[in-house]
Design a protein around this ligand. Structure first.
Ligand SMILES: [Zn+2]
Length: 455
């Protein structure tokens, strides 16, 4: 296929895209609070001719923007939330803008803008060539807490699509067909009775004891769960001073597994550990279910189409300056072992087919419609995941070159689906076979309210 028009549209608008990526990098906003990023992306979508809805699905920082008519309806999934504690200046040594402040340590500023740029080029492709088809840009809040797309799905998003394409910045160019874990997230709150820990401890009922005993139970539970299931926790509240019997304690848990059924089964058993602990300590338990997401189910037809497209496009050209910055970051990385590595992973990596213990709410979309995800090289080789090194790259031309390549891959892959109904059918057939008659069952119950931006 001739991709010259797609390449030109994205190249012509690259200054705008880079500026936007820089602005979002400089204004990092946490999950459900992506007010500025959402407004800037929506403004650009409007300017480029999309019908834009800000705040659909009861989520003020979500976007649904469309262009075109008829099938295939192709969705693209933007994210733009930052992570806590990963603030970083344009420096190859650790140097936060705000110590402890938020930063784009997963590169979602680039994710949002690449998806915007991809959608703009998809629209142009449909328009210029008089093709039938629709592009739907979803602005998806709060990926970092793994519930944004799940809430959107609960409120009816994504099912309108024939297929979806998802991009994520990475340390290389490639796509994968391996499964990542699904997850449940919940905070277990225990309420006891306070007392002077020295004076009258027999009158106290320690909420902290309950939280600790729950975790002892959870740690014993590990022996009796399937390989690959992960349970991890962190204390949110654990008393104030040793001489005060804590009447409140809270512990936050994630359960991850490679199927939704295993997540739910293990989660139920974890709740029993909490109930047992409350019983033993004569405290009260309140379970605050924060949400969950599906395991991933990458569509191979879409993944292979993306892979082929990546190889057909002109590669990213990193400058000597980009490579120098990346090499310095590698030397300052916690993953640096003393062995020299290429500063940036260039070329296209073979399709990965391995399991990953991370999670993404893209998994929910992949259980609603056929969808695959890919990465492009936006980071130094040893950036790791969720690090200040990624924040550094996300505000740097090195990252933005990967972002622009990511946009081209998106639009060029979509171009194939817009022109080939058989390819769309093949993706759908694979999806139907994989679902084997099951339907998507949102992990977040109806009665859980959608988090709103904090003023
Ligand atoms: Zn991410």
């Amino acid at each position: 296929m001739d991709y010259s028009r797609i390449i030109k549209v994205i190249d012509d608008n690259t200054p705008e895209f880079n500026d936007l990526a820089k602005k979002i990098y400089e204004n990092p906003e946490l999950a459900y609070n992506e007010v500025k990023a959402c407004a800037w992306l929506a403004e650009s979508l409007k300017k480029h001719g999309f019908d834009v809805e800000v705040g659909p699905y009861g989520m003020p920082t979500a976007i649904r923007a469309t262009w075109g008519k008829g099938h295939p309806i192709i969705g693209v999934l933007a994210e733009y939330d930052a992570l806590p504690g990963l603030s970083q200046k344009q420096n190859s040594a650790f140097d936060p803008v705000v110590p402890g402040g938020p930063g784009h340590g997963c590169g979602h500023n680039m994710l949002g803008v690449a998806t915007l740029a991809g959608a703009i080029a998809m629209k142009d492709d449909l328009e210029q060539n008089g093709l039938e088809g629709t592009v739907v840009f979803y602005g998806c809040p709060a990926e970092e807490v793994l519930t944004g797309k799940t809430f959107m799905a609960r409120e009816g998003a994504f099912k309108e699509l024939d297929l979806a394409i998802a991009f994520h910045p990475g340390a290389g160019n490639g796509t994968g067909v391996g499964v990542m874990t699904g997850l449940n997230s919940a905070i277990f709150h225990f309420k006891g009775k306070t007392a002077h820990a020295g004076g009258n401890p027999w009158q106290g009922r320690s909420a902290l004891d309950a939280a600790e005993i729950m975790s002892v139970g959870a740690n014993y539970l590990r022996e009796h769960i399937k390989d690959g299931i992960r349970i991890h926790y962190s204390y949110k509240e654990a008393g104030t001073a040793p001489n005060i019997v804590p009447d409140r304690a809270s512990v936050w848990y994630y359960v991850r597994a490679f199927t939704r059924d295993d997540v739910e089964d293990t989660y139920k058993r974890l709740v029993k550990c909490a109930e047992g602990a409350a019983h033993m300590t004569e405290t009260q338990l309140e379970v605050e279910f924060l949400g969950g997401c599906y395991d991933t189910m990458p569509n191979k037809v879409i993944a292979h189409t993306i892979y082929d497209t990546m190889k057909e496009l002109p590669p990213i050209e990193f400058s000597d300056e980009d490579k120098k910055f990346a090499d310095e970051l590698n030397h300052n990385s916690h993953l640096f072992t003393g062995q020299e590595v290429p500063p940036i992973m260039e070329g296209i990596q073979p399709i990965r087919d391995e399991r990953g213990s991370g999670s993404t709410d893209v998994g929910d979309v992949q259980h609603i419609v056929p969808c695959a995800m890919y990465n492009t090289a936006c980071e130094n080789t040893l950036a790791g995941g969720h690090t200040w090194l990624i924040t550094a790259c996300s505000g740097n031309p090195l990252g933005w070159k990967g972002m622009i390549f990511g946009a081209k891959v998106m639009a060029a892959s979509a171009a194939k689906f817009y022109r080939d109904p058989e390819l769309v059918k093949a993706a759908k057939k694979e999806f139907d076979e994989a679902m084997a008659g099951k339907t998507y069952n949102c992990p977040i119950p109806k009665d859980i309210p959608i988090p709103q931006p904090q003023k």
